[in-house]
Structures are given as C-alpha cells and as structure tokens.
Ligand binder design. Structure first.
Ligand code: ITT
Length: 201
C-alpha cells in the first residue's frame, strides 16, 4: 500500500520517493493532499518528525512518513540544526542561508576545517497514534564557495568524509542510494531509511 510523505519540501519528497520505490511503496506528498503544515514546536529533530507524521496520519487516515532534518555546524554549537529551514526564510533562500553559515563561522573565528553533520529523523505514524522513529547522521566538512547544483538545501557546502565532492556535486544514487551489499548508505536520510526499512518494510 501507499503512505503519505508528510513533507512540503520538494527535495525531500523526491528523495523519500526514490528510497521507497524499490520497496513497491508509493508516497503521496502532503501538498498534493492539501494537508496543513503543523507548527514545528519541538526541540529535537525527533520531536518535530513525530509532530509532522502524527498530524498527517490523523488528517489523512493513512500511515504517514515524516522527515525532520538539518545541518549542525560544530563551531556554531550545532546551529542551524532544527532551524535549518528557518535560516533559509522557510526553505526559500538557501544561497542566503549558506552565506550566513560562512559569515557566522568567520565572525566566530572558527579554525578550519569547519566540521558539520547532517541529521535526519524519520517518523512513521499510523492513524491510531502508533509511532516509530529512526535517526541517521553523516559527518563531513563545509566548503565555500558552494559547489554543485544537484540535491537541495545546504548540499553545495557539505563534503562528506571520505569523498572529494560535495552533496551538491553528487547524483541521487551517490548521495542516497542504498548499497546492494547491505553496507551503510551515505546520506543522513538514507541511513535513517535503512533502519526504517529493516524494521518496517
Ligand atoms: P517539511 O517540514 O515540510 O518536511 P522543511 O524544509 O521545513 O520541510 P525541515 O524543517 O526538516 O523541513 O528543515 C530541514 C532543512 O534542512 C531543509 O529545508 C534543508 O535546508 C536542510 N536539509 C535537510 N536535509 C538536507 C539534505 O539532504 N541536503 C541539504 N539540506 C538538507
């Protein structure tokens, strides 16, 4: 059967569909179903993922999968973190958000390399209130100026450890493909999805 992908972010929706497709699961986006965007009042990625998944499952009467994610910069005390979309004026201006990250690192006099990690918390909620959550993380370094036009959000400034290119320079398959040999995927979202798939698919 299908699930609701409880996200209004087009980049995330594309990635979630690509992750679900090999399992024969189709995902309707929250915007297509005209679901309201609940206020993200949580203080952790997990809290916010649960808020979004639960609201979508209750409103649609179908199982709903939500992702709450963000970029945590070590020298900025983990910011923007759960505020990653809000630094981009509600996901509208990532050039400005990436520039702000660089500006704040320079203002702080942070020594290079500028370490950072992405986190993705996935929550699967059922209409009856049951919920499961999974969290994935990928560590790397920030590069300026931004490089690449693929992916979305902060991808052009994030170079994962062990790779020469940024997420913005990687294909979908490289960024969030699930390795056939069972080894760990690269992106935070794909890592959370591997745990979700093991338990739920
Ligand atoms: P929904 O709440 O509707 O899902 P959103 O964009 O508001 O959409 P979040 O609150 O979880 O979602 O914000 C996460 C932000 O973190 C997102 O807008 C991106 O800017 C950034 N982000 C998360 N995953 C990313 C990824 O894989 N690559 C680049 N940026 C990412």
């Amino acid at each position: 059967g299908g699930v609701v992908a409880a996200t209004h972010n087009a980049g995330k929706l594309r990635e979630l569909r690509e992750l679900l497709a090999p399992h024969g699961v189709e995902a309707a986006g929250a915007a297509e179903l005209s679901l309201a965007e609940p206020e993200e009042t949580g203080t952790t990625f997990r809290d916010n993922a649960v808020i979004k998944a639960d609201a979508a499952a209750r409103a649609s009467g179908r199982p709903a999968l939500a992702d709450d994610s963000g970029l945590c910069v070590e020298a900025l005390g983990g910011q923007p973190g759960i505020y990653s979309a809000r630094w981009a004026s509600g996901s509208k201006d990532f050039a400005a958000a990436m520039a702000r990250v660089e500006r704040e690192l320079l203002a702080a006099g942070a020594p290079r390399p500028w370490r950072a990690h992405f986190v993705s918390a996935l929550a699967l909620a059922w209409p009856d209130g049951r919920i499961e959550t999974f969290e994935g993380r990928v560590d790397g370094e920030l590069v300026f100026p931004p490089r690449g036009t693929l992916g979305f959000g902060y991808d052009p400034i994030f170079r994962p450890d062990g790779h020469a290119r940024t997420f913005g320079e990687m294909s979908s398959e490289e960024k969030h493909g699930i390795p056939a040999d069972g080894s760990t995927a690269l992106s935070h979202r794909a890592r959370a999805f591997q745990m979700f798939a093991r338990e739920c698919l």
